[in-house]
Write a protein that binds this ligand. Structure first.
Ligand code: SIN
Length: 293
C-alpha cells in the first residue's frame, strides 16, 4: 500500500523484505525540511530507498547525501571523481591510460560497508549512470540487498539469547575479492588506518531500535570470548541464514536509478555478469555513521 504525502510524493514498500520506492521527489532540487524528514524516516524504516529517473550532477548528488549526514571520503583515492572527492566511481570502464575509471570490483562479495571501522558508514547513495545490457538488451549487473533485520527476527529465542552481548571482530584485510580482482594489495598505511575492531553481533538500529545481525564471513575473524572453532561455526551459520533468498531484494538497474541503503540493517552484493564492451558506471556517496551498539 502506498502512503501519499504532500499530494504527489508516494512511498511504496517493495515486494521484498527490505526497501521502498519513493516517487514524486526530484533529487536534483534542494528538498524542504519536511520532505527531507520524510525521506530520512523512510530510510530508517525501510532500510533501502529507490528513486527512479533521476538526473543528478555531482554537486546535486553530494548535496542530497550531505543533507542526511556528513559524507565520507573513500580510502581508495584513485577512484574518487576529480574535484569531487565525496564521489567514489564504481566502474569497469577503462581510461585512456589503461587504468579503470572507477573501482571495478566494488561489492562483488556480500558485505556491509566499512564494518572494519569504529564508526562504520550509515549507508551509501548509489546513482546509476551506465548499466550494462545483454544481447537481448536486458539490463544486467544487478545488486542484491539482504535484510539483516528480518534475518535476526527469525532466529530462535535460544540463539538470540546465545548471541546477546557478544561481539565479533571485524578485519579489513580479511575481505574476500573476486578471484580475478585487479585490486592492488592494501598498503601498510591503509592497514594501519584499519586495525581490527569489535562490534556487537546483534546491533540495534540507532533510529528505530530494531535489532539486526551484524556479523559476516569474510568480514569477521571470530567472536570475542568464544573458542575459535565455535565462533567460526556461528559466523558461517549466520552468514548462510542472512543470505537465504527470503531476505533478499534484487535490484535490476536502469540509468537514472538512485538507491540508498542502510548498513545498520542490510548486506549487499554486486553481481558481475558483464564485461567490456558492456559498460557499468555508478557514482556513490557514503554517509558517516555512528558506533554500533
Ligand atoms: C557497492 O558495494 O558499493 C557497489 C554496489 C554495486 O556496484 O552494485
Amino acid at each position: 500500500m502506498s502512503q501519499l504525502l504532500e499530494n504527489t510524493i508516494t512511498i511504496t514498500p517493495l515486494d521484498a523484505p527490505i526497501g521502498a520506492e519513493i516517487t514524486g521527489v526530484d533529487l536534483s532540487q534542494e528538498q524542504s525540511p519536511a520532505v527531507m524528514k520524510m525521506i530520512d524516516d523512510a530510510y530508517n524504516k525501510y532500510n533501502l530507498l529507490l528513486f527512479r529517473k533521476q538526473q543528478l550532477t555531482p554537486q546535486q548528488h553530494i548535496r542530497f547525501g550531505a543533507s542526511l549526514g556528513p559524507l565520507e571520503i573513500h580510502v581508495l583515492k584513485r577512484y574518487l571523481l576529480k574535484d569531487y572527492p565525496e564521489i567514489l566511481l564504481i566502474s569497469n570502464i577503462l581510461r585512456e591510460d589503461g587504468d579503470f575509471l572507477g573501482l571495478p570490483d566494488a561489492g562483488q562479495t556480500w558485505h556491509t560497508d566499512t564494518s572494519y571501522r569504529q564508526k562504520p558508514s550509515r549507508g551509501s547513495i548509489l546513482y546509476a549512470h551506465e548499466i550494462p545490457r545483454d544481447e537481448n538488451h536486458k539490463a544486467i549487473g544487478d545488486t542484491l540487498f539482504a535484510s539483516t533485520a528480518a534475518a535476526y527476527d527469525d532466529l530462535s529465542p535460544e540463539l538470540k539469547e546465545r548471541l546477546h552481548g557478544k561481539k565479533a571482530i571485524h578485519r579489513y584485510s580479511l575481505r574476500k575479492r573476486p578471484s580475478d580482482s585487479k585490486r592492488e594489495k592494501l598498503t601498510k598505511a591503509q592497514l594501519d588506518e584499519t586495525p581490527d575492531i569489535a562490534h556487537p553481533v546483534v546491533r540495534t538500529h540507532p533510529h528505530t531500535g530494531r535489532k539486526a545481525l551484524y556479523v559476516f564471513e569474510g568480514e569477521c575473524i571470530g567472536i570475542e570470548g568464544m573458542p575459535e572453532e565455535e565462533g567460526a561455526q556461528i559466523i558461517s551459520d549466520l552468514t548462510q541464514h542472512i543470505i537465504s533468498p527470503k531476505y533478499i531484494y534484487r535490484h535490476n538497474w536502469s540509468e537514472g536509478d538512485v538507491i540508498m541503503w542502510d548498513n545498520a540493517a542490510s548486506l549487499h552484493l554486486a553481481i558481475c555478469d558483464y564485461k567490456l564492451p558492456q559498460r557499468r558506471l555508478l557514482h556513490r556517496v557514503t554517509i558517516e555513521g555512528g558506533v554500533p551498539f
